[in-house]
Design a protein around this ligand. Structure first.
Ligand code: PLP
Length: 378
């Protein structure tokens, strides 16, 4: 039995999504920018249909969606685009210490260009204290960026409150919603978000496709493009569009909207069963706020064990230590460290991220396997 509990790293493509993509590889292979024949028109229509579906998932307007190669590119476009456009007003950007590397590394680059970056600490449960944000915004602040839901712990920030604080001080608010979109309701208007990057492959769509939501009204957000040439995506992201990927992304968004409630109920039940059984072993604790958390994510510390060796013994079960994108690095998770976890807790932590197709049988198998390996290693 091979069990996949690493859906925050990536998800399988839903069969309905794949079916929707296939014709755009071999039959309807036109370039969406070709205006002189029906191959181009069909491709353009597929892109525009998908734009509606993607926009609908986050309650945005279609014209507010810019397609990219994924969330990393969307984050780069959002942050660098704001910095280039607004640096005459100020050069100060605020983020939290638990952001994804895509945000952290983009900020390091901007720092080398003269940006002043403030990285706010989080509380031990992973939440940012809104008062802390309020204290640090000044007249030089051009952007606040806070991760909607954390990829390692699933902790969901109080985005609405944080955006209100930012707007009251005249600052744009971005939220990396790569892990939130498709798992919980995200509404850019209700949440007051100006820029929102997300990705197809975290919600049962294809890899290599994502989007940046850019608000067009109240306020109209202006950002400088980061890829020039051809003027695609209303000049905000040039390059021939990935039509099959975009069509699949659209389908994945509309399936996510339809299934969110059922998926969430099913997955929460699996997670509760997993956590209750593992906590009963003793010496196991949950990392992160358990009330404001994605329904699929469980970050557990198995005290006294080294997670990297532990998961080798769980070879049939695909899980992660820390974030998948940084698991090549030997350092403890920067997210858990920012939550004031000791090295011992950070090194003993394992992330289980469940998905739509997981079953109770898999959960029971996993519990038994962990019991066996954990009790032997204690
Ligand atoms: N932001 C978060 C929170 C993520 O979890 C990830 C991927 O792990 C990314 C950004 C990067 O997404 P992509 O793989 O689409 O570039």
């Amino acid at each position: 039995m091979q069990i996949y509990f690493d859906h925050n790293s990536t998800t399988p493509v839903d069969p309905e999504v794949l079916q929707c993509m296939l014709p755009y590889f071999t039959e309807q292979y036109g370039n969406a920018a070709s205006r002189t024949h029906s191959f181009g028109w069909v491709a353009e229509q597929a892109v525009e249909d998908a734009r509606k579906q993607v926009a609908m998932l986050i309650n945005a307007e279609e014209q507010e969606i810019v397609f990219t190669s994924g969330a990393t590119e969307a984050i780069n476009l959002g942050m660098k685009g704001v910095f280039e456009t607004h640096q005459n007003k100020g050069k100060h950007i605020i983020i939290t210490a638990t952001e994804h590397r895509a945000v952290l590394d983009t900020c390091s680059h901007l720092e080398s260009l003269g940006a002043k970056i403030t990285m706010l600490p989080v509380q031990p449960d992973g939440l940012l204290d809104p008062e802390e944000l309020n204290k640090f915004i000044d007249e030089q602040t051009i952007l606040v960026s806070v991760l909607y839901a954390n990829n390692e712990t699933g902790v969901i920030q109080n985005v609405k409150q944080l955006s209100e604080i930012s707007h009251a001080k005249g600052t744009l608010f971005m939220s990396d919603a790569t892990q939130a979109c498709g798992k919980i309701r995200v509404d850019v208007n209700e949440d007051g978000i100006d820029l929102l990057p997300f990705s197809a492959h975290k919600l049962y769509g294809p890899k290599g496709c994502g989007a940046l939501y850019v608000r067009r009204k109240n306020p109209r957000v202006k950002i400088r493009a980061q890829i020039d040439g051809g003027g695609h995506e209303r000049g905000m992201r040039s390059g021939t569009l990935n039509v099959p990927g975009i069509a699949g992304f659209g389908k994945a968004c509309s399936l996510a909207a339809q299934r969110m409630w059922d998926d969430s109920r099913h997955i929460s039940l699996l997670r509760t069963t997993l956590e209750q059984n593992l906590l009963d072993l003793g010496g196991v604790s949950i990392n992160g706020n358990t009330r404001q958390r994605l329904p699929n994510t469980s970050n557990l510390s198995f005290h006294g064990i080294q997670a990297s060796t532990f998961i080798k013994d769980l070879f049939q079960i695909a899980v992660a230590t820390g974030s998948a994108c940084t698991s090549a690095l030997p350092e403890p998770s920067h997210v858990l460290k920012a939550m004031s976890a000791s090295d011992e807790i950070a090194y003993s932590s394992i992330r289980f991220s469940l998905g739509r197709t997981n079953t109770m049988e898999e959960i029971m198998f996993c519990i038994e396997k962990i019991k066996e390996v954990y009790l032997k290693s204690k």
